[in-house]
Design a protein around this ligand. Sequence first.
Ligand SMILES: Nc1nc2c(ncn2[C@@H]2O[C@H](COP(=O)(O)OP(=O)(O)OP(=O)(O)O)[C@@H](O)[C@H]2O)c(=O)[nH]1
Length: 398
Amino acid sequence: MNSKKVDDRIPVTVLSGYLGAGKTTILNHVLNNRDGLKVAVIVNDLSEVNIDADLIRDGGGLSRTEEKLVEMSNGCICCTLRDDLLQEVEKLAKAGSFDYILIESTGIGEPLPVAQTFTYVDEEQDIDLSKLTRLDCMVTVVDAHHFWQDFNSPESLQQRNQEAGEDDTRHVVHLLTDQVEFCDVLIINKCDMVSTEELEKLKNALRGLQPSAKIITTSYGQIDPKQILNTGLFDFDEASQSAGWIKELLKEEHTPETEEYGISSFVYTRKVPFHPERLLNWMAKWPKSVVRSKGLVWLATRNNTAITFSQAGVSRQLTPAGLWVASLSEEERYAYFGADYPKSPDWDDEWGDRVTKLVFIGIELDKEAIIDSLDAALLTQEEMEGNWRELADPLPAF
Ligand SMILES: Nc1nc2c(ncn2[C@@H]2O[C@H](COP(=O)(O)OP(=O)(O)OP(=O)(O)O)[C@@H](O)[C@H]2O)c(=O)[nH]1
């Protein structure tokens, strides 16, 4: 007897990617080459008028009787329309008449919360999509022609009138980074608009940001549908850890330089705090070769607070991440963690878990110059012995 378990859950592919990257073009191409699959399509548009839905209705060749196009407008499926997405997908899956669900997210949508919708049980609505559906593939589409312009832009979505709501303070580069760092397949579209050399450079940089995804290059979305349908690629834990900076941080052994694809990355680790003013001066003269960096920073003047450092393109941020475990009293540690408080691998008797640990990803990185200039921003021996509170600190209070 064949004991192989048949997975009868309906597979789902989600397309994300910044505005105008080519999601609808790809979707229509895939629909026109769907090889008999009965497909339900969900198209999400931030505005009231769902233009993409019209384009798919006109260009996707969906059967009016056997297939379905669901429009989700006036919001984003990763936030305001999340509940509606749950309900729509549940309805489609329960209908039992489709072989596949294809979702096109809005250009300003983040893929991670959409993926979570398929993997977590929604207690409030009592919907567990993981019983009905199988998230097959998270796809991010990148515009080869516009990528660098957007990635290097200091603009926020609000400045471009593209925000999801009044409290949406995201910058374009953060959105692009979130989209690229969370996917199984990365489609570089509009390759007709760049030279071979430019494309190679872009591919290298994207490979550094996202080392796990399959990268496909195309023009006008002319991909083989098999590359994004029934791939079996999605795995939540893997996707959550697929960003280049996480991979580098988790590596047990740091291979000195990965010259593969011309990209290199390294981790800068120091158990000496930074002088805040010198660190800010260093950040102001940002090394152009660095595409992405992220990690934790130990600042002398904020000795109790671990600080997250995140850079993508021209955007650089220092934000509080929480207290160092070492800054807590024994009673506080007990209250937070019980008898066994976590000791990170970087723990030492003098400073506990305080550490600076930064991942740098870039093209043709001058690693030694970066390390030397960062070292010059650490406290000197003399400063280590002085009063840290008196050091110049231009950062705002957290
Ligand atoms: N030159 C060129 N143009 C393309 C390519 N792919 C799509 N386009 C054009 O780019 C524009 C945007 O494409 P869409 O497929 O609508 O992009 P989208 O990501 O769905 O856009 P939004 O829904 O606004 O986020 C359209 O005018 C397409 O015809 C391509 O590979 N090369």
